[in-house]
Design a protein around this ligand. Structure first.
Ligand code: SAH
Length: 395
């Protein structure tokens, strides 16, 4: 068996093995259409794309020699010009509740996180789309890491490939949510291609209802998504008015709520599906009865479901999770108004795998972590001053 020759290279003081011929193509980067075009370009028949796709994703075979329904000479040719490589697991953690988190190492030395959440018959995989995130949502720990780059198709679908290998067939993967690190609509083309492979009959066979993209609301990209794909949509709303949302999700200053709602309506027009609106429950910030009533008004006329997410804390954050009673009262107002509302169960928080806790290892190129560090320092200072004041009052 001929193996690609590997060379060691050094990036950021880490050593990586890469295939010797940089012009070799990682076939994990190609969806069915791209793979067909590639075979045709090679002067081969397009149907080989179907065979290769099935071997790689369905049977998890990455060695061309084992792809027995492909002729010997083509197999040898593939060996010379292509390879199949996925991210490597650097660390695996398992939660008491069955949630599993993998820290995956990319060729560039950055690390991203992928989470598997088994729940009854369901097995949901939470997949990352970028190394870090360029949006600066104030309550999210991924934002603190700064931003490095978009993930390639191979790195996105590679997370699914690795998870499928790791999880037991008795509790299979049934749903995928693009809710890991990053903003998927900021990496639209690669995310669309990877989601195509998730839904391909020759690969992971998931229906469009079981693949969900979550976005903070990049309006023009949302319209492009509709043209390119028909996955289910989740929108990180978190506030019922612009003033508050500007603070929590700074992207709102560019694409305010009214424009975002119009784009959501366009996305589900002509479809029976609903948009899921995610709403993180932050104690004393966005969780009052008034906010709930405002939210009801805002979502009137939009085919909507609401997903309340109890805030997951991380070190240095100034936010607190709303109490269970507050969340219940908030949910009751929405339900009374006829909105399907679910409170997301917190999963995997003992291994920092819950929503907003994914940090990976990001070589920040945006200087965001410096700004975040300054903000953290300000918060700590304010907390310290408050504590001193409190002590003084007590004396
Ligand atoms: N950038 C995309 C994908 C991230 S999905 C988006 O914004 O939708 C992750 C979800 O978890 C988002 O709804 C995000 O707002 C939410 N989230 C982020 N930090 C959180 C935290 N600390 N606690 C609970 N939810 C959080």
């Amino acid at each position: 068996m001929k193996k690609p020759i590997l060379t060691q290279i050094s990036v950021n003081e880490h050593l990586y093995s890469v295939p010797d011929a940089p012009e070799k193509l990682n076939l994990l980067d190609l969806d069915r259409e791209a793979l067909e075009a590639w075979f045709v370009e090679l002067g081969e028949k397009a149907f080989h794309a179907r065979q290769v796709l099935k071997w790689i994703h369905k049977h998890q075979v990455t060695d061309f020699d084992a792809m027995t329904d492909i002729g010997k000479s083509l197999r040898a040719k593939l060996q010379d010009i292509a390879y199949v490589r996925m991210p490597e697991i650097a660390v695996e953690q398992a939660s008491e509740d069955g949630t599993r988190k993998w820290l995956m190492e990319l060729e560039c030395g950055n690390r991203i996180e992928t989470v598997f959440i088994p729940d009854g018959y369901r097995g949901t995989l939470c997949v990352s789309s970028q190394v870090g995130c360029a949006l600066d949502c104030t309550f999210c720990s991924t934002a603190r890491q700064g931003f490095n780059r978009n993930l390639s198709v191979a790195e996105i679908i590679g997370q699914v490939w690795v998870a499928k290998r790791e999880i037991s067939p008795e509790r299979p993967l049934t749903n995928i949510v693009m809710m890991g690190m990053g903003e998927p609509l900021a990496n639209l083309e690669n995310v669309v291609a990877a989601m195509g492979i998730m839904m391909d009959d020759l690969a992971y066979e998931l229906s469009k209802r079981r693949v969900t993209l979550s976005t903070a609301g990049i309006v023009p990209a949302l319209d492009r998504l509709k043209a390119l794909s028909d996955v289910s949509l989740a929108v990180s709303l978190h506030a019922p008015d612009d003033e508050l949302r500007d603070q929590l999700v700074p992207l709102n200053r560019k694409y305010p709520i009214r424009e975002l709602m119009a784009a959501c309506r366009r996305y589900v027009a002509g479809d029976r599906r609903k948009v899921t609106f995610e709403y993180v429950m932050l104690d004393g910030v966005n969780d009052s009865d008034r906010h709930a009533r405002q939210l009801v008004k805002l979502l009137q006329g939009i085919p909507a479901k609401v997903n309340l997410i109890p805030f997951n804390p991380f070190p240095t954050t100034r936010f607190k999770r709303s109490s269970a009673q507050r969340i219940e009262a908030f949910q009751a107002i929405l339900m009374r108004a006829g909105l399907i509302t679910i409170t997301r169960r917190t999963r995997g928080d003992d291994i920092d795998a819950a929503c907003g806790q994914l940090v990976g290892r990001v070589t920040d190129r945006s200087r965001r972590h410096l700004r975040s560090a300054k903000r953290d320092l300000r918060n700590l200072e304010t907390a310290a001053v408050n504590k001193v004041e409190l002590e003084k009052n007590r004396l």
